[in-house]
Design a protein around this ligand. Structure first.
Ligand code: OAD
Length: 226
């Protein structure tokens, strides 16, 4: 079986009703990144940061995987599918994908602020001031903030190098190191870009652009490669 490596971003979940970050009306138009998604913001007003992620988590509990997530899960019939996602939602997993690496953390998990190895599953949407880990320190969202390291990046680089086919879905490729994963694509292999927006990354890559929303784009990709 060939290995299909897929890099997904916020556009993958847009059809589930989850806002992207940089599109018109996106989250970063509504919120100041440094206020809600940085260690500085957390030090200044943890309650504002918790509330931002609580709203995202509440919405996630009310959302479902879209047709695109389901189609990608189905691809496991034909390929060894490895998904690397920048998304903090769990919609790939809920659609049935069995191999998902989260680069930017997971919304449904919380983490200790004194011991990063203490990570807890959340079965409710609200994380509050006063919610503590077993060592007595405040819990924070288990997500990567701006200015923080991306611990999963070296594993992601290894995965990219195993690709026979590489697919990019719904990411503006604005954020590093995630966007730099493309530098690890084996030379010459087919690369498919699924995004309704303008993309400009064809340099040195064997790219086919499918200028469609994730659900339609993945259906089209399936016809092309299976
Ligand atoms: P962006 O909001 O930067 O980009 C979203 C991309 O999805 C754009 O290229 C859109 O054209 C595309 N898009 C919109 N609707 C779509 C649809 N229905 N189907 C397919 N594509 C669609 O989101 P990301 O690239 O994921 O990080 O952002 C990367 C990181 O920046 C996020 O993980 C987050 C953010 O700040 C952190 O918070 C650390």
């Amino acid at each position: 079986m060939k290995t299909l490596v897929v890099l997904t971003g916020a556009g993958m979940s847009a059809e589930s009703g989850i806002k992207t970050f940089r599109d018109m009306g996106g989250l970063w138009e509504q919120y100041d990144i440094m206020e809600v998604a940085s260690p500085e913001g957390w030090a200044k007003h943890p309650e504002v940061v918790l509330e931002f992620y609580n709203q995202r988590r509440k919405q996630l509990f009310e959302s479902s995987p879209n047709k695109g997530h389901l189609e990608l899960a189905e691809m496991e019939k034909y390929f060894n599918v490895k998904i690397i996602t920048q998304n903090v939602d769990d919609l790939h997993e809920r659609a049935g994908s069995s191999n998902v690496l989260h680069l930017h953390g997971e919304l449904k998990k919380a983490r200790s602020t004194v011991d990063p190895s203490l990570v807890y599953e959340l079965d409710h949407w609200e994380l509050k001031i006063g919610d503590k880990c077993e060592k007595g320190s405040q819990l924070r969202p288990h997500v990567v903030w701006f200015g923080e390291a991306v611990p999963a990046i070296s594993e992601a680089e290894k995965i990219v190098k195993t690709a026979d086919i590489f697919v990019v879905i719904g990411t503006s490729l604005n954020v590093y190191p995630a966007a730099g994963l493309l530098w690890n694509i084996p030379p010459g292999i087919p690369v498919y870009l699924i995004d309704p927006g303008e993309m400009n990354i064809t340099q040195g890559l064997n790219v086919t652009q499918i200028k469609k929303k994730a659900s339609e784009g993945i259906a089209e990709l399936k016809k092309m490669i299976t």
